[in-house]
Design a protein around this ligand. Structure first.
Ligand code: UT7
Length: 338
């Protein structure tokens, strides 16, 4: 496990602006009930999800990521030409390569910025924030656009009722900028347990198992998940990691003004918040409207929370992601942005 924030840097990464974009096509539980053997009642009670947004044929994830990035830049009042780096957290970019961050950098005209993707599934945005913070704290970069974007609607097996009902598409973005060392991203924790790779994964389509005609005919493709095992793991490891992260900077769960967890499932969010003693009023959720948008869920939730006035300057915000790898990540932020 990697702990950051062990030394006092000259400057820290501050959230200066946020953005969010989703496709306009909304897929309801009722529509899913006509596609697979499920019901609105099962989906709602087990996950809290009512609707999710999905890309239409021909639409591209990089366009959502670019739109979210433009909003974040506009809210931060920073021009694309002032960016030193564009980071995209994604596992479902437009192409196998190059990185989607390169496509977004080109779309934005962020000519000075280097660009690369961070692949840590649903933990991706929190991993990317930790990466951006390290570059800012080292003095190597001042302004970094961090985007979380995914379109797992393109990668689920639409005949597998245990997974296809969970996911939605979207993008969220944040501009991180160098500022005072007394606030901003105070610390991050990044964790991985690679012995659980097969708990949630895309086993086909990579170099180990390239897609064959036979796989397509037999429906042997798409995301696979042992939901119950992932659930148990997350509820165990995430609260522990949040408490450790807070403790490192002299804080405790009672000091948290807003908890923004990866929006995988309302029950997981509730269980993690309960273990931390954080009540509903300090825990942001929007999984009901968007489903699990993987790396996009944390920045989308941050953008909505800020828009709704739920994050005030000086407030302590904790974000946490968890998912394939298995990976998990926590950022503790003393908020200064808008
Ligand atoms: O973001 C990446 C990380 N992923 C996660 O965080 C996901 C973590 N896991 C979960 O959120 C939950 O485990 C799920 C929502 C995926 C599943 O909920 P669950 O309460 O763990 O259900 P389950 O998998 O134990 O399945 C219970 C029953 C099974 O039937 P039997 O064996 O009890 O007869 C399933 O076959 O529900 C059945 N089932 C469904 N029934 C109706 C599974 N999916 C469906 C469905 N509709 N869509």
């Amino acid at each position: 496990m990697l702990d950051t924030g062990l030394t006092q840097p000259v400057s820290r990464a501050h959230f200066a602006g946020l953005g969010l974009a989703v496709p306009d096509r909304v897929l309801t539980n009722e529509e899913l009930s006509a596609m697979v053997d499920t019901t609105d009642e099962w989906i709602t009670t087990r996950t809290g999800i009512h609707t999710r947004h999905v890309l239409r044929a021909g639409e591209k994830l990089s366009d959502l990521a670019t739109e979210a990035g433009k909003q974040a830049l506009s809210n931060a009042k920073i021009g694309a030409d002032n960016l030193d780096m564009v980071l995209c957290a994604t596992t479902s970019g437009d192409y196998l390569w190059p990185a989607m961050a390169c496509v977004v950098q080109g779309n934005l005209g962020a000519k000075r910025a280097c660009a690369f993707d961070v692949s840590a599934a649903c933990s991706g945005f929190c991993y990317a924030v930790a990466t951006a913070s390290a570059f800012i704290e080292s003095g190597a970069a001042r302004n970094i656009l961090v985007i979380g974007a995914d379109c797992l609607s393109r990668h689920v097996n639409w005949s597998d009722r245990s997974t296809c009902i969970l996911f939605g598409d979207g993008a969220g973005a944040a501009v991180l900028t160098a500022g005072s060392p007394d606030s901003g991203v105070l610390t991050s924790t990044l964790g991985t347990d690679g012995s659980m790779v097969e708990h949630v994964w895309m086993p086909t389509g990579g170099s180990a198992n390239p897609v064959t005609e036979e796989m397509l005919v037999n429906g042997e493709f798409g995301l696979q998940m042992r939901g119950r095992d992932v659930y148990r793991f997350c509820v165990e490891v995430v609260p522990k990691s949040i408490v450790e992260s807070l403790c490192r900077v002299g804080l405790k769960p009672a000091d948290v003004d807003l908890l923004v967890l990866h929006q995988a499932n309302l029950r997981i969010i509730g269980a993690v918040a309960d273990r931390l003693g954080i009540d509903e009023s300090r825990c942001f959720t929007n999984v009901g409207r968007y489903g699990n948008t993987s790396a996009a869920s944390v920045p989308m939730a941050l953008a909505e929370a800020a828009h709704e006035g739920k994050i005030a300057p000086g407030g302590v915000v904790v974000t946490a992601g968890f998912g394939a790898g298995l990976t998990w990540a926590v950022n503790v932020i003393k908020w200064t942005g808008n």
